[in-house]
Design a protein around this ligand. Structure first.
Ligand code: ADP
Ligand code: MG
Ligand code: ZN
Length: 483
């Protein structure tokens, strides 16, 4: 890597989860029996006319607003011409000049540092159908005997989010992908499932000598379908390109494919230029007007975005990492919000939720909502720890029993006899006996050493069976030894 800088831009495709397709009233049902959700429009029969889906336009405007884009008052649909068997019209309705949204930005956190990724455009298009290649080796088109076509996905609303070439590393690209996924999911416009293909990334990568202003030649690796694969594909591509250039070769502008099993990208085809697509405005579709009132109404209806929610959780006392974990899990967020709203310490609740609660759920395979844990339980538990009634390890035992359904934290602690001894007489007599048994330690403390104090605290805790408040023990010992 030394001497080289990577430059990365990402295109993200998002299938919107509308009821009907982009330009016809067919149901969006990509899981249904093949070709059960098609009509003359999405099969491109002669004379069929497209009509834009208002809900899809609302969805793309939500995405554009969340990414701080300008929403164009008037945008245009284009025909992007290319031949592919699962594209029945032989063109895709897409956008070119005047997309719905332009010129936004997204702040992302990369290992504790905030950086900004420019958003070039967010445009509306339609998905293609799906081909399944039969016979020959491994479902590849080259070895197939024949191909099955399913048009259920043809015409599903597809949003494309294009970034500026602002990203400089695989880790930044991954952080960007993760944040886009969170935002799209939070907006409720798509299920944003990478593994199901409802969200997918194309990563554009080039390298240039450090200090160079001009961009190097890029490759575009298509349909990368996990965040880990985004990171790995980019790392591979950066290495490959540096290697090509250092051995006197030239990077070719091309489309590449990421192979998850072999961990390499392979060349698919020489990259098309936009001229190749012979874009022209679709004569079947009028310019799309969005009124100021409609845009404003959509803006007012936007939900809280993940970044704002993280900031709010940090205000409530959690650290940034904990806030991130909480916001990424709606069950944890709900418990956190309810517990904090009823007065519990955000810091403590965050630690319990992301620590023991998640661990319990993983260990037992029980989703958190299926356990008996409630927000009031969390408030009660953290309160008892704060007041010194429960030690941390006792609280852990109580929490597990509460999640198992054994009762409220108070009831469980009572039943299991886990409350710390508040009776100072009992603690004092344990302190006295420990002091009498350890004259050496006492002498060392009196001559200025501090270490033996911790040892004595441990001894008293042991005598008390762990049920004394260590803070009380500590202060009693200091008083008696003059430390
Ligand atoms: P295309 O449809 O040809 O892929 P787009 O404009 O949709 O073109 O997307 C191009 C993407 O590639 C953008 O994300 C852009 O930031 C990025 N990009 C452009 N030039 C470079 C480059 N030299 N190196 C890396 N990324 C680039
Ligand atoms: Mg592209
Ligand atoms: Zn249809």
């Amino acid at each position: 890597m030394s001497g080289w800088e990577a430059v990365i831009g990402i295109e993200t495709h998002v299938e919107l989860s509308t009821h009907s397709k982009m330009f016809c009233s067919c149901a969006v049902d990509v899981a249904g029996p093949p070709n059960s959700a098609c009509c003359p429009v999405c099969l491109a029969l002669p004379g069929a006319l497209p009509v834009p889906n208002e809900k899809a336009i609302e969805g793309i405007i939500k995405i554009g607003l969340a990414l701080e884009c300008t929403i164009n008052e008037s945008s245009l649909f284009y025909r992007k011409n290319y031949f592919y068997p699962d594209l029945p019209k032989n063109y895709q309705i897409s956008q070119y000049t005047f997309p719905v949204c332009e010129g936004g930005k997204l702040d992302i956190d990369v290992d504790g540092t905030t950086m900004t990724v420019g958003i070039t455009r967010v445009h509306m298009e339609e998905d293609t159908g799906k081909s399944t290649h039969i016979g020959g080796g491994g479902g590849r088109i080259h070895d197939a005997d024949h191909t099955l076509l399913d048009f259920n996905r043809a015409g599903v609303p597809l949003v494309e989010i294009v970034t500026e070439p602002d990203i400089r590393s695989a880790a930044e690209a991954r952080a960007y992908g993760a944040e886009i996924q969170r935002i799209v999911f939070a907006l409720g416009v798509s299920d944003a499932k990478l593994e199901a293909g409802s969200m997918r990334f194309d990563v554009n990568v080039s390298v240039r000598p450090v200090g160079d202003e001009v961009l190097g030649t890029r490759t575009e690796t298509k349909n990368v379908n996990s965040l880990r694969a985004v990171q790995r594909a980019i790392e591979y591509e950066i290495d490959r390109q540096i290697n090509v250039l250092e051995t006197g070769g030239k990077v070719i502008q091309e489309t590449r494919h990421w192979n998850e099993d072999t961990g390499v990208t392979i060349s698919m085809r020489i990259k098309e230029e936009s001229e190749d697509y012979r874009y022209f405005q679709d004569p079947d579709l009028l310019p799309l007007e969005t009124s100021a009132e409609w845009r404003e109404e959509i803006r007012r209806g936007l939900p809280e975005l993940p970044a704002a929610r993280r900031a709010r959780f940090i205000d409530a006392g959690t650290d940034a990492v904990t806030a991130g974990l909480l916001v990424d899990d709606s069950d944890l967020s709900t418990l956190f919000e309810d517990a904090v709203a009823s007065g519990a310490s955000g810091r403590a609740v965050g630690i319990w939720l992301t620590g023991e609660v998640v661990a319990y759920s993983r260990r037992t395979g029980t989703p958190i909502p299926d356990t008996s844990l409630t927000a009031p339980h969390l408030g009660e538990l953290t309160g008892m720890v704060d007041e010194g009634k429960l030690s941390f390890s006792a609280a852990k035992e109580v929490l597990i029993a509460v999640m198992d359904g054994e009762g409220t934290p108070g009831d469980v602690a009572e039943a299991k006899d886990l409350f710390q001894v508040s009776d100072s007489g009992a603690i004092e007599s344990a302190v006295e006996s420990v002091l009498a048994e350890n004259p050496d330690a006492v002498n060392k403390i009196r001559s200025g050493e501090t270490k033996p104090l911790g040892f004595l605290v441990g001894q008293v805790m042991r005598q008390m069976g762990g049920r004394a408040d260590p803070k009380v023990v500590h202060s009693l010992l200091r008083k008696r030894t003059g430390a």
